[in-house]
Design a protein around this ligand. Structure first.
Ligand SMILES: O=C(O)CCC(=O)C(=O)O
Ligand SMILES: [Fe+2]
Length: 289
């Protein structure tokens, strides 16, 4: 847990308000990012956040300006590049129970539990960084759940053995593909991949259950076994961390190196999280300047 200092919060708000008349379009984002870079205080904050994401896969910031969309984008920009495609309607998406969302719509805006998952499974390269800023909490529900891909991978080996665990690394599992570069259809991909920085995950149980009957023909018996055992590991609530975001809290997670979820929300609750998705500004072969 880390607290945003008063001076950092002021700088974030000032950065947001300097973009007078902003509609949080691409130019406004670029201007916000430039402002953030000019502040050594915010630059340092970004380094601390990235350090935590690299070492533990997540960080919970307190006293974040979650009530201001511009300030949230500024805070996010200390760490990652915001990217609206695949985040609902725009840069910021309100995760709040909505009576308009009918059956078959995404779980985000329902009161249902959202079991451990990764976001943006429909992209060829899912967003790397996800932020959830709490504006209003539900005192009775909506607890956040979190588990690193490393812990998941280790627990899977313990529960199912190496051979079945390795079956999760085969590119045979179906997800939707709705990608501005790669097109529309269904993609077959691994659920766990090993990288030099540790394992990464892609997982949505509800999506897999819907697509497996039609698009699961590349799966053999071992893949079906692996899926079932993986679901058992994810159902073991003793493995994951559980906490309740309070207003002003911002949870930032590494969407490839971890899975996240939430417990059910009390019907009628006004719980609201502001969701931002984005990408890391640096990789071994890439650096955004
Ligand atoms: O409501 C929450 O706490 C999590 C929401 C979420 O994971 C999502 O919208 O993808
Ligand atoms: Fe999510």
């Amino acid at each position: 847990m880390m607290e945003i200092s008063e001076s950092q919060a002021e700088e974030l708000i000032a950065t947001a308000t300097r973009q007078d008349g902003w509609g949080l379009d691409e130019d406004a984002c670029l201007a916000i990012r430039r402002d953030v870079r000019r502040s050594s205080d915010l630059e340092m904050l970004g380094r601390e956040i990235r350090g935590a994401l690299n070492s533990q896969g997540w960080i919970r910031l307190q006293k974040a300006p979650t009530h201001s969309e511009g300030a949230l984008i500024a805070l996010f920009s200390t760490t990652a590049t915001p990217s609206p495609f695949g985040n609902g309607a725009g840069l910021i998406y309100s995760v709040t129970p909505s009576p308009d969302e009918g059956v078959g719509s995404d779980l985000s805006r329902t009161t249902a539990a959202f079991p451990l998952h990764t976001d943006s499974t429909f992209l060829r390269a899912p967003h790397e960084i996800i932020a959830l800023g709490c504006v209003e909490a539900d005192p009775e529900g909506g607890d956040s759940l979190f588990l690193t891909a490393q812990t998941l991978s280790d627990a899977m080996v313990e529960h199912a053995g190496t051979q079945i665990s390795n079956a999760l690394r085969d590119p045979v599992f179906p997800f939707h593909l709705r990608d501005p570069l790669h097109g529309t259809g269904v993609q077959l991909v691994p659920l766990i991949e090993d990288t030099p920085a540790g394992p990464t995950a892609r997982y949505r149980r509800d999506v897999l259950e819907r697509l497996m009957p039609t698009y699961g023909s590349a799966c053999e018996a071992i893949h079906h076994d692996a899926l079932k055992l993986l679901a058992e590991v994810l159902d073991d609530m003793s493995l994951c961390q559980r906490f309740k975001l309070q207003p002003g809290d911002l949870l930032i997670t590494h969407n490839l190196r971890s899975v996240h979820g939430r417990t059910p929300i009390r019907p009628g609750s006004k719980r609201r999280l502001q969701r931002i998705k984005g990408y890391e500004p640096e990789a071994y072969n890439f650096r955004m300047v």
